[in-house]
Design a protein around this ligand. Sequence first.
Ligand code: MG
Length: 459
Amino acid sequence: MRFLLLLCLLGASLHAAPNIVIIYADDLGYGDLGCYGHPTIRTPHLDRMAAEGVRFTQFYSAAEVCTPSRAALMTGRYPIRNGMCHDQVRVLRRFSSGGLPHDEITLAELLKGKGYTTGLVGKWHLGVWSNDPKHHPQNHGFDFHFGLPHSNDMDPNAGNPKLANALADQKAEYWNAPLYRGLELVERPADQTTLTRRYTEEAMKFITVNKAKPFFLYFPHTFPHTPLFASPAFKDKSRRGLYGDVVEELDWSVGRVLDTLRESGLAENTLVVFSSDNGPWTLMGETGGSAGLLREGKGSTWEGGMRVPGIAWWPGKVKPAVCREVACTMDLFTTAAKLAGAEVPSDRAIDGVDIAPLFFGEGKVEREVFCYYRGQQLYAARVGPWKAHFITRSSYGPDKPVAHEVPELYNVEEDPSEVRNLADQHPDILASIRRAVEKHGATIKDVPNQLEGVVEAAK
Ligand code: MG
């Protein structure tokens, strides 16, 4: 009898480790969802997820472009710590030889160590395995993989007008992105009109097949990064044009994932987080998204470049609320590790903090400073409601950075659009942010950059 009781208790404690699902949109802006105020894009599934969960209003990606953002999410560390950011190269390209260093510990590896089955459906962008197989996600802790190695615009066909700076043209014949299952090439060019649907089917299957034991599903979508493609069921349905069609299909996808969890009886034991890797690619005009009331977009360290939607859902555990505390994608590493009972690595700096108290409505979390890097340069830093810009630059274009002898200073809680520079009035606050930045800077070591190398064939 005692033995049975012990078995039951063991079973209960094993079962207590929740499944973790992270759904990551690409270039989705702060203002692109119904629950974040978009007037015409319909996102009923994400709106419901937000109503049943926690919707963050000050949630950040740790970088303003794809590759470093994903490196931070996977490792809980600013990309400056592992060479996954670069001032000029910005992101890994089709012919890049570099990738996430193998001495980094990914969230997948950490959770795998606690008995989780780990799956990646979607865009990796932490190393192109056709250039070097060691960069494949299966060598970074993922048991299962289906998706693209990089962004959907990184393999243009000859004659593609991208070369004439006309990326806004969304014709399928211009693109040649490869779709893989594991190391096996499934399709090239990938039929991008079916990608969201096929990703979703793979994600649902992964959940269903692995429902008997804990799993980690990392689901980084290809869209709404341009070029944009929607399936026939969504094309021409939104009042926001093709961009709206694509976001509405992503919303459908989130609904299917949550329904699968509900129908499998897993909803009460699964933490799902939805976010975006960086702000909207506003340079793309109608095919780029919106940062709402925030300034600038992707590529910029103004708020619109890095503050993104952030929604956490776990029925019966996450307390439904709007959370106005600062949180970021690096926190998901630490929080997921702790929920899974995994040891957060102590032999290296981890920048994410445990935000479970924000999920569960149990108080605040301590965070000294949030840093805004563009490439390898620290452009801005936030302490409490105050954000100092040491360097400014407007988004992704060719304009030059401006270094400020006296940093610009904004209270981003009173002035989220960053229009009133209050530096003259608050030298004391500037000084305290400088101290926090110096303390942070003292923890940064020189590491080899991973983004600048290219494979021999491309030279
Ligand atoms: Mg992106």
